[in-house]
Structures are given as C-alpha cells and as structure tokens.
Ligand binder design. Structure first.
Ligand code: G
Ligand code: G
Ligand code: MN
Ligand code: NA
Length: 251
C-alpha cells in the first residue's frame, strides 16, 4: 500500500520518463522504429525499472493513468523528432490488458490529435493476454482503421494460440527474447525462432526478434529471413536526447 500511494503520487508529480530503444532492419541496418519503455524516477530510489512497478500499477488500476501519459508522451516525442528532421518511423508503445477496459480508441485518437502524429507512426504492442479476450476484436479493428500499427509482444511465452494471428488485424510479431538468447547454442530455440519467422512470412506479418545481444544471433536471424531486431547489440533503451544523438550518427 505504501508503494501504491507512492505510485499514485508519482503520477501526479510526473516522475516518469520514457526511454527509447532502436529497432533495426536486418536487411539494411537502418533504424526503422523505436520502442518506448517507461521508467520511474523515484526521488529516493532513483531510476526504478518497470518490472518493479508495472505489476503494481496493474493491480491497483493506476496503469490506466500511467498508460495514458506514456501514450501521449511517446506520440509527442516522436512528432518532435520528425519536426527536428529525423526520419518518420513508428514509436511502439506497450499496452496493458487493463487499458482495454477504458475507451482506448478515444485515447489513441486524442494522443494523435494533440501531437499531430501520423497514425502510421504509432504502433501498439499487445500481449497475448489482451488477445485472449474476444471482445477486444472490434476495438482492434477500430484501431486498425485509424491507421495505427498493431504488434504482438513477447510472442510464444503467453497463452499462445495461433488462432490469434489469424483472427486479429496484426502487423507485426515480436519474438520473445527467451527464444533468442541461446541462438548459436540451443538447436531447439533456433528451431522455434525459425518456425515463428516462417509463420510470420506465411501470414504476412513482419517479425522482429527481441533481446539480440550478439552478432551470432544477428547472423542467424538474417539467414532465416527475420525482418528486424531489437536488442542491446544495436542499442539499449536510452533517454530521448541520447536516442536522438545515436540516431543522427546512425551509419
Ligand atoms: O524496459 P524493461 O525491459 O525493463 O521493461 C520490462 C517490462 O515492462 C517489459 O515487459 C515491458 O513490456 C514493460 N513495460 C515497459 N514500459 C511499459 C509501458 O509503458 N506500459 C506497459 N504496460 N508496460 C511497459
Ligand atoms: O516485454 P518487452 O519486450 O516490452 O520489454 C522489453 C524489455 O527488454 C525492456 O525492458 C528492455 O530493457 C529489455 N531488453 C531490450 N533489449 C534487450 C537485450 O538485448 N537483452 C536483454 N536481456 N534485455 C533486453
Ligand atoms: Mn514491448
Ligand atoms: Na518482449
């Protein structure tokens, strides 16, 4: 409860910051997107990682307000980068299942309108948990009509049902980093990643591999036709200013 009160205060005092991690095309090496990842600048504990407060924010329902801020801030920042002359690429924002209990379409519309960001430059990352609920289908269809991108995060770890991929209007599949970690060492993981990439191909979904830390993983993923990578190899999550410097110096 102490943490819940602290979290509530933190939302009021805007103690959160977004870090951004590059997503890179395996074919061209270009920066083709960024994922926004929230951090809490706690006045005493310093920078707090999301796995320490997102679950709490979800339990307490505070994720709805936090999620609103994240979405607005990510859209504003992406538009600011475009105005500063950087390439137009999508910013990916993580959505919690709880956020689908509010009018997420209205929120997305407001964030796009305020920021004047092109809907194509926003991607929403869904978990398999969101897709378990058939009632979200019409919501996702409405978001798709608005022109935003939809991806499935941590693919392969949740309550995976391949039916989701067919039923929902998804654009992209993010291979969970637990399958990527042992590429080059574990044949089973390699087979799983290869199968996911094939599946993506067949269903015309772009596939991005998460948690890429080494060139051996890059080479394997390129060889099997994976589209993009996201990981420490090509860039850690960093503050907006640092991401901008990195981006301007890109290749
Ligand atoms: O950035 P990091 O690897 O520590 O993130 C840990 C987890 O927190 C990831 O699963 C990520 O999806 C989640 N996360 C990060 N930012 C957000 C956010 O803005 N909203 C939600 N719902 N989850 C987030
Ligand atoms: O669950 P989600 O994919 O949204 O979370 C992304 C999380 O993965 C972030 O917290 C980020 O810090 C972390 N991450 C990003 N790249 C790497 C990587 O190369 N290795 C590891 N171990 N974690 C990573
Ligand atoms: Mn994510
Ligand atoms: Na993930």
């Amino acid at each position: 409860l102490q943490w819940e009160a602290a979290l509530r205060r933190a939302i009021e005092r805007q103690e959160f910051v977004l870090h951004y991690q590059p997503q890179v095309s395996l074919g061209s090496g270009a920066l083709i997107g960024v994922e926004a990842l929230v951090r809490w600048h706690h006045p005493e504990h310093g920078l707090v990682a999301p796995d320490r407060f997102i679950p709490l924010a979800e339990e307490s329902g505070l994720i709805v307000r936090l999620g609103e801020w994240v979405l607005r801030e990510a859209c504003r920042q992406n538009r600011a980068w475009q105005m500063a002359g950087l390439a137009s690429v999508p910013v990916a924002v993580n959505l919690s299942a709880q956020q689908f209990r509010q009018d997420i379409c209205a929120l997305v519309a407001a964030a796009l309108d305020e920021s004047q960001l092109d809907p194509a430059c926003l991607e929403l990352e869904l978990t398999e948990r969101v897709l378990m609920d058939d009632e979200v289908l019409s919501t996702l269809q409405a978001l798709k009509r608005m022109g935003v991108g939809l991806s499935i995060d941590d693919f392969g770890t949740g309550y995976s049902s391949l039916g989701y991929l067919k039923r929902f209007p998804l654009d992209r599949l993010k291979v969970d980093r637990s399958f990527v970690a042992d590429i080059g060492q574990d044949g089973d993981d390699e087979a799983i990643v290869q199968a996911i990439v094939q599946l993506g191909r067949t269903l015309r979904l772009r596939v991005v591999a998460e948690g890429v830390e080494a060139w051996r993983q890059w080479r394997f993923l390129a060889a099997i036709g994976c589209d993009d990578v996201q990981g420490f190899l090509t860039g850690r999550p960093v503050e907006a200013g640092e991401l901008e410097r990195l981006w301007r110096a890109w290749r």
